[in-house]
Design a protein around this ligand. Structure first.
Ligand code: 9PG
Length: 677
């Protein structure tokens, strides 16, 4: 599968794709001077490991066959040893890089490829692109602050893509695809860069060819960490695999990462009620108690495993144990009353953020992450918290910060009784800065903070990650937000422009990630697609859009979390929440993940039936039909039905050959066909 030639190239040859890559490259600094080890040949036996050396570093590349089920590929790992007598500051370690003719063979070439681009954290966008599209950083600072790694900027140029942690290429002609994904994320943040020129993109318009691959490289970021003489550090493992089923490759990668990093996957996704999307920061104790009372009334239809107080209980960001006047009984008493109803109590914190005016920031200025100039690093500006000042960040490589985080989590979870913790804005702990421990990467600093929270909260606590980079979270969180915030509005053209169609607050963008990141579910954690709003008060979501939300969350088997005033929700809307639970529980496949920016077809396989969802993203009423034919149908092993029942309308629809006519769908509507097994 893999060979390293004396001419200095790695050959990864598969049935579907083959890759001819240059050797590893490591950039570093010694005594402040930038340097690179970029060998033109490696030494070693034919099947490795292979080494190269300069005056400061020795690098060793090792390859082994991938062990992941259903994934036939190679895993690469690079070790870096400091052989000189001076400490080295490591920047980037590129495990493989290629480009130009012969660099990558897949189908006819880049003009027929789709690329899966994954964003940095929970809120960042993920979707398929074609190489005539451009994908740059959002222009609005508020969106950039919360969705981007500032160390991995993206230019807005057609055909140039930067994906975090994993990418996959699919041949749209159907021959298959290639996945390049890191099967570790607790040690390094990582990126895969892919650039190609195609007709209609950066190439001249009259160029009819299959396009040119310009660059493909996979890199671990060491963030300038110091490695001492004699010490060795290693990259995360990189999985490179090809095969006929590109979505299956992404699933295989997720399974491999989950196994390698001991993912915590709950037997069933947690479900409950969250205060945020109705009460927002104005939430009061009375609101939560009213929700609790309503929960009993709807329990027969809508199980609520937990009741969560989101943002709004604390006195200041950072002072998590100081409750504001809106919760007069105190948070421990409230948790006790929630638990007395048989439900878990949940609470929101942003563990690594501190408000500049908080007690913790004033008492411990030395706890703050600082930049090279000694100024506190700031993560974002949130007008709800502090109109005048940006939020600051804790340095999680400090033992006193770790002890503080542990103590906060211990108090919330064990003393107060909040077994469910939503950990928000966690990206902050991985921002660039000068850390107390110069030997730890940004990923390791974040991981140290997460581990402290887990230790404090205990093994049986349910941790829900949010605003959290994906790789470092695997193995700590039980559930993970995988998209931006929903809103009681779909998000039209103006939001799309303001948010550069990426993060922000938009049900449309949130639901896109619910589909495009569905394959992470059950491998890395339980996916949290954000709350399901079915209400008729305080909302501009149409009935069609509510169905869309219900179907996306249900079919992908995500957490079902209500955020309505349940005492005001009419019975026919409660029915939709019940249906959301009923649709859950299957093994889901987003069939057309690579077909365009917005997947339309989601198939969920359950014990007794197959659910076939057809999502209509368009802004106009449209006649829609479904064709059950195709490779995904063949894999389901179902008899050809002559009629099917639609889940939302209850209508029985005739099957004409393999086609089902769904009629005219409203904008942003969905239909779900129930196919008995
Ligand atoms: C609470 C909310 C909810 C929500 C989270 C997160 O950039 N911003 O100012 C910004 C504000 C809120 C936000 C994300 C970004 O939402 O996703 O579920 O918990 O915090 O404040």
């Amino acid at each position: 599968m893999i060979a390293v030639g004396r001419d200095g190239a790695v050959d990864l040859g598969g049935e579907v794709a083959s890759l001819r890559a240059t050797l590893p490259r490591v950039t570093y600094r010694v005594a402040g001077r930038p340097a690179a080890l970029a060998p033109t040949r490696l030494d070693g036996p034919p099947d490795g490991p292979w080494t190269a050396e300069d005056a400061h570093l020795r690098i060793t590349l090792a390859a082994r066959p991938a062990a992941a089920p259903g994934v036939d590929g190679t895993v690469l790992r690079l070790s870096v040893t400091v052989v000189g007598d001076r400490p080295v500051r490591l920047d980037d370690a590129t495990l493989l890089a290629t480009g130009g003719p012969g660099g990558l063979r897949l189908g006819a070439g880049p003009a027929s490829w789709s690329l899966y681009r994954n964003g940095w954290n929970s809120w960042s966008n993920a979707r398929a692109f074609t190489f005539d599209e451009a994908d740059g950083d959002p222009w609005l600072f508020a969106i950039a602050d919360t969705t981007l790694d500032p160390e991995t900027p993206r230019r807005r140029e057609p055909g140039r893509f930067r994906s975090e942690l994993v990418t996959a290429l699919a041949d749209r002609e159907g021959s298959g695809g290639l996945v390049l994904g890191f099967v570790g994320g607790a040690r390094c943040l990582s990126v895969v860069d892919v650039a190609a020129e195609v007709p209609g993109g950066a190439l001249p318009h009259d160029d009819p060819g299959p396009g040119r691959l310009v660059e493909l490289s996979a890199t671990c970021r060491f963030d300038g960490t110091t490695v001492d003489p004699g010490a060795t550090t290693t990259t995360e493992d990189l999985l490179v695999a090809d095969g006929p089923d590109p979505v299956g490759l992404l699933e295989g990668w997720a399974a491999a990462l989950g196994a390698a990093q001991s993912a915590r996957v709950p037997a069933r996704p947690p479900h409950g009620w969250c205060s945020w999307y109705y009460h927002y920061a104005k939430v009061t104790e009375a609101d939560v108690r009213r929700a609790l009372a309503a929960a009993d009334g709807v329990a027969a239809d809508v199980p609520l495993g937990y009741v969560m107080v989101d943002d709004g209980h604390q006195q200041a960001i950072g002072d998590w144990l100081a409750t504001n006047h809106k919760f007069p009984s105190g948070m421990a008493a409230l948790a006790a009353d929630i638990r007395a109803t048989g439900r878990d109590a949940g609470i929101w914190i942003a563990p690594f953020l501190v408000d500049p005016d908080s007690d913790v920031a004033r008492a411990h200025p030395d706890w703050l992450l600082r930049d090279e100039a000694g100024e506190p690093v700031t993560a974002l500006w949130n007008q709800i918290w502090n109109l005048r000042k940006r939020q600051q960040v804790l340095d999680c490589t400090r033992p006193d910060v770790v002890a503080h985080l542990e103590e906060v989590a211990r108090t919330l979870a064990r003393d107060w009784g909040y077994r469910v913790l939503k950990l928000d804005f966690c990206f902050a702990a991985a921002l660039p800065g000068v850390r107390h421990d110069p030997g730890r990467t940004r990923a390791q600093a974040l991981r140290a903070g997460l581990d402290a929270v887990r230790r404090g909260a205990g093994d049986d606590a349910v941790l829900i990650g949010c605003g959290l980079p994906l790789g470092p979270a695997v193995g700590v969180v039980d559930a993970m937000r995988i998209g931006t915030d929903v809103a009681p509005a779909w998000g039209g053209k103006v939001t799309r422009w303001a948010f550069s169609d990426q993060g922000g607050i938009s049900t449309r963008i949130a639901m896109r990630n619910t589909l495009t990141r569905a394959f992470l579910h059950g491998h890395l954690w339980s996916n949290d697609p954000d709350c399901v709003m079915v209400r008729t008060d305080r909302t501009r979501l149409t009935e069609a859009e509510v169905r869309f939300l219900v179907a996306a969350v249900g079919l992908t088997d995500g957490m079902v979390v209500s955020s309505d005033r349940l005492d005001k929700v009419p019975p026919e809307r409660l029915d939709l929440l019940r249906l959301c639970h009923e649709l859950s529980g299957g093994r889901c496949r987003v069939v057309d993940l690579f077909a365009g920016p917005e997947p339309e077809t989601v198939v969920s396989v359950k014990a007794d039936e197959v659910l076939w969802g057809r999502f209509h993203w368009g802004d106009a009423p449209t006649a829609v039909s479904v064709d059950l034919d195709g490779p995904h149908w063949d894999g389901l092993g179902l008899a050809r039905p002559t009629q099917v029942v639609e889940a939302f309308t209850g209508a029985t629809l005739p099957v004409d050959g393999t086609r089902v006519d769904l009629g005219v769908l409203d904008p942003h509507d969905v239909r779900v066909l129930r196919l008995p097994r």
